[in-house]
Design a protein. Structure first.
Lengths: 428, 234, 269
């Protein structure tokens, strides 16, 4: 934007020409200011959203871990049957070894609460993976329980009165002692991406949701992409132009505007109840998403086909290509970049649809990623919804973190679309 | 007879064609005047008028150059087609023929200046005068045929050329008798013979003009006419 | 002797039958209700260039597109009458349009090479018509087509580059090479030089002159000078009717019909 200075009127022979020029310049300036104000407001609002999310979510990207040395005594664990060992005792002994000054059993039990309740299963899985450690010591970084994680991050304030706090002064003291001994660390929370959902926020992650989303999108792609393109090609290239095709076109455009929850109801009523497909499965989720993506893909494909200049079609016809050859050899390959861009954008859009997935139940509580498209699952948006509803403190940050992950995926998908468009865009 | 009744879309093209026709007419007028003046000078032994005829020929030559230049310029710039093309080409031919006719008149003027003795009888001059009138009328009718785009008139001019040739032959024989009669007549008669020859050539050029007019209008050459008697070009 | 006034088109010139490649009889074209061509009778001579001239909207392009049934691609277009290629009536039911278009090629006004490599552009026609059995044969065909179009020297080192990267004149020659790659008998050209500069135009006109040895060429042109330079036979169309046809020389030096005369001298649009 260049600064406009009021130039001296050329000649200035006509009466009033100077004031006309002034008014004109003023109107020009006003228009620019309106534009700047509008874009500032838009960026401002987006900025507020992003800042809120980041501030709220960044704590979830690190997780407090406690380094514990577990003596894996052969008394508790039988090398012949490691899985059946007394892991609670192994954990208790490991915790007790953290602060030797604490030896009263009740205290040790309370100190065990510093670690996540599933600690014994982590230790068991580690020993099962490496049975040779039986009889020795196993050192592991165990995630801290949620309230201690929040304490460490300063979310739970130490200066609230004791009766309002969930951690006792004694536990705080132990925790600080552990910090002083260098046993507390806050590395990056890989578990957010690789763990499945859990009751305990400190070990809850998005892997189930991510896999569910991937499956659902895959199903959606396999159904909507070929169908949409074939329908668009037929409507654009081969269908006769009459009232019926006009009606079809209008209705496709309408479908693109239908509220997404309607598709969810459709999925529930038809796919689950009438067809009997498994509830909460990525298959049904993908089918519902396909219904939503289909109108968009058809519209995008038709536009891409229309954008191929008629001179190419004429040249192909003139060479003696049949109508099918004209479409398959020339029109479709040339419109493919536009189709791909539009398709990716359509998928990025349906990726974030929550209401229909909720209705078909893709908010199942699963503790491991689904093994196939027929198993119960969640998806990213629905997982975020579940976490938003959960009471534990740790889920607050994780909800924001989940939203950030979703936004990140959308960003990547749109970037791929932009990259593809720029790479393959043709100038006629 | 249909002619192009509508005008060119580009009016300057139309103007140029009009100017070309006007120049031809003007040149034709100058040439006709030259013939008349040259004949008068000859018959009356008017040396002053004869000199005027000689110097006037320069203007005729200049006219031909102007017409040529305009025609070439139009061909280069307008890419004329059909009747326009024929008109321009015909104008070039007509201008050339008119210039030659002008030269004939100039030659007559020169001869007049050469002739100092006045021994020939008035009778001979009557013959020359008659031939001159005939040649003049051929030129006049040929130019009219050109300007009016009248192919029939053009055919007529071509057909009448033999009259000019016939008069030339009779004058030729008459001069021979005079020269044989009295050798002192030879000088003057020879001059007059050449003048008659010039007039006969002028008649031939008038025929060329008529042919050009016919081609311009119809796009074809004049149909061949059966020769009546022989014409001997001496 | 007077110039023929507004008369019905003269009968087609009498020519020995083998010298006529395509023949149109009472060809009429309708776009929906509107008639665009009225009973056109025209013969196209073999191994000669026939030019179709006339003001905008006179039907010359419409007639040209009838010759290879390109009007079929327009749904509301209807063609009546007879068009024969040698002895074959091209509008008979059962005629393979694809086959027809291999025998009657077309070059368009705006150069429109496919957005593929130069090689693929020229090879496309032979490929879809199954004209070559091996890669070597195809190479040979591409080579000879580019040579005949006068483009070989300029592109022989860059056959794998996109055809759209060439200059306008080269692109048009590529389109010509593409069209002649299927060895058509007739080449239709719809104002092929109107988008080109004078030098490129001259190159293509020279090319047309060379091609006429092996092909019959029909060219639609807005430029009378081009028609005069390039063709041996000229047909003048006006408002959907064929007004006059004859040898190019006679049409341009001595047209018989007043409308023809008015058009070529610039007296009507």
């Amino acid at each position: 934007m260049t600064a406009t200075s009021v130039a001296a009127p050329i000649g200035a022979t006509r009466a009033g020409s100077a004031s006309i020029q002034r008014r004109r310049n003023a109107a020009d300036l006003r228009l620019r200011l309106y534009g700047i104000a509008a874009i500032s407001a838009a960026i401002g609002l987006l900025g507020i959203l992003l800042v809120t999310l980041i501030v709220g979510g960044y704590p979830a990207f690190v997780q407090t871990h406690i380094r514990v040395d577990f003596p894996v005594s052969a008394d508790y664990v039988d090398p012949a049957d490691p899985a059946g060992g007394n892991w609670r005792n192994v954990v208790r002994d490991g915790v007790a070894a953290l602060l030797p000054a604490v030896d009263a059993p009740a205290d040790v039990r309370r100190m065990t609460q510093i670690l996540t309740p599933n600690t014994q299963f982590f230790v068991r899985d580690a020993v099962l993976a490496d049975p040779g450690v039986i009889g020795g010591t196993l050192t592991m970084d165990i995630p801290a329980a949620d309230i201690f994680d929040q304490l460490n991050k300063g979310v739970i304030r130490r200066d609230t009165p004791a009766e309002n706090r969930r951690v006792s002064d004694q536990q705080i003291g132990w925790f600080d002692a552990l910090v002083a001994r260098g046993r507390v660390a806050t590395p990056f929370n890989w578990g957010l991406f690789f763990n499945a959902d859990s009751r305990f926020p400190e070990i809850a992650g998005l892997s189930g949701a991510i896999v569910g989303t991937v499956y659902a999108l895959l199903v959606c792609f396999l159904i909507s992409f070929p169908t949409g393109i074939a329908a668009a090609v037929y409507l654009e290239e081969f269908a006769p132009k009459n009232r019926w095709t006009d009606i079809i076109e209008v209705n496709i455009n309408n479908l693109a505007a239908v509220p997404s929850i309607v598709f969810g109801l459709l999925g529930l009523a038809v796919f689950i109840q009438t067809f009997g497909l498994p509830r909460s499965s990525p298959l049904v989720g993908g089918m519902v998403l396909a219904l939503m993506a289909l109108p968009t893909i058809i519209i995008v494909t038709r536009n891409a086909l229309k954008a191929v200049p008629p001179s190419i079609r004429e040249a192909a016809h003139g060479m003696g290509a049949s109508p099918q050859q004209v479409v398959m050899h020339h029109v479709l390959p040339l419109s493919l970049p536009g189709i791909m861009t539009g398709t990716i954008i359509a998928f990025a859009h349906v990726l974030g649809e929550t209401a229909p997935l909720l209705l078909i139940g893709m908010n199942a509580f699963i503790t491991s990623p689904p093994g196939g498209v027929l198993e119960a699952s969640t998806a990213l948006p629905t997982q975020i919804y579940i976490w938003a509803d959960s009471p534990e403190r740790g889920f607050v940050a994780r909800t924001s973190a989940g939203i950030l992950v979703l936004l990140g995926v959308l960003l990547v998908m749109n970037s791929v679309a932009i990259f593809l468009r720029q790479r393959f865009e043709r100038r006629w | 007879m249909a002619s192009t009744s509508s005008e060119h879309i580009v009016s300057s093209y139309e103007d140029e064609l009009t100017q070309l026709a006007r120049l031809i007419s003007e040149m034709g007028g100058m040439v006709e005047e030259s013939i008349t003046n040259a004949t008068n000078a000859l018959v009356r032994h008017d040396h002053r008028q004869a000199e005027e005829v000689v110097t006037a020929d320069q203007r005729v030559d200049e006219m031909q150059r102007r017409i040529d230049e305009l025609a070439v310029s139009m061909i280069a710039r307008r890419q004329p087609m059909g009747p326009d093309l024929r008109q321009i080409i015909a104008a070039i031919h007509v201008a050339t023929d008119l210039e030659r006719i002008g030269d004939m008149a100039k030659n007559i003027g020169r001869r007049t200046l050469e002739m100092t003795e006045q021994r020939i009888t008035a009778q001979l001059y009557t013959g020359i005068r008659h031939m001159s009138e005939l040649a003049l009328s051929q030129v006049n009718r040929a130019l009219d045929a050109f300007t009016a785009r009248d192919p029939d008139a053009a055919v007529d001019v071509r057909n009448r050329d033999h009259e000019v040739d016939a008069i030339y032959m009779s004058l030729f024989r008459e001069f021979l008798t005079y020269m044989m009669e009295d050798p002192r007549n030879i000088t003057d008669c020879t001059h007059l013979l050449f003048c008659a020859k010039n007039l006969e050539r002028a008649g031939d050029h008038a025929t060329n003009i008529a042919e050009a007019a016919y081609y311009m209008v119809t796009g074809k050459n004049l149909p061949l006419e059966l020769e009546r008697g022989g014409t001997v070009n001496a | 002797m007077s110039i023929a006034s507004d008369a019905v088109a003269a009968a087609p010139l009498a020519m020995p039958a083998s010298a006529i490649k395509m023949r149109g009889r009472k060809v009429s074209v309708y776009y929906g209700e509107k008639q665009a061509l009225f009973d056109v009778d025209l013969d196209i001579a073999s191994n000669q260039v026939t030019s179709l001239i006339g003001p905008s909207g006179c039907g010359k392009s419409t007639f040209l597109r009838c010759l290879n049934r390109m009007n079929d691609t327009i749904p509301i277009c209807r063609v009546t009458g007879e068009i024969k290629l040698d002895d074959l009536n091209v509008y008979e039911s059962g005629i393979d349009v694809v086959e027809l278009r291999a025998r009657v090629g077309m070059v368009f006004q705006k150069p429109n090479p496919f957005p593929k490599t130069i090689y693929e552009n020229v090879a496309y026609g032979p490929r879809i018509h199954g004209m070559s059995r091996s890669r070597g044969e195809l190479d040979e065909l591409v080579n000879s087509s580019l040579r005949r179009a006068g483009l070989w020297e300029e592109v022989k080192d860059r056959l794998a580059q996109p055809g759209t990267g060439l200059s306008g004149g080269q692109q048009q020659r590529l389109c010509i090479a593409r069209a002649i790659a299927t060895s058509p008998e007739v080449l239709l050209m719809d104002e092929p030089c109107s988008a080109l500069d004078p030098i490129a135009t001259a190159i293509i006109e020279e090319l047309i002159d060379e091609l006429r040895e092996n092909f019959t060429i029909v060219i639609v042109t807005h430029s009378m000078q081009q028609a005069a330079r390039v063709s041996q036979k000229t047909a003048f169309f006006h408002l959907g009717k064929l007004i006059e046809e004859g040898s190019t020389e006679s049409i341009f030096t001595n047209p018989q019909n007043k409308k023809t005369q008015d058009y070529i001298t610039g007296r009507i649009g």
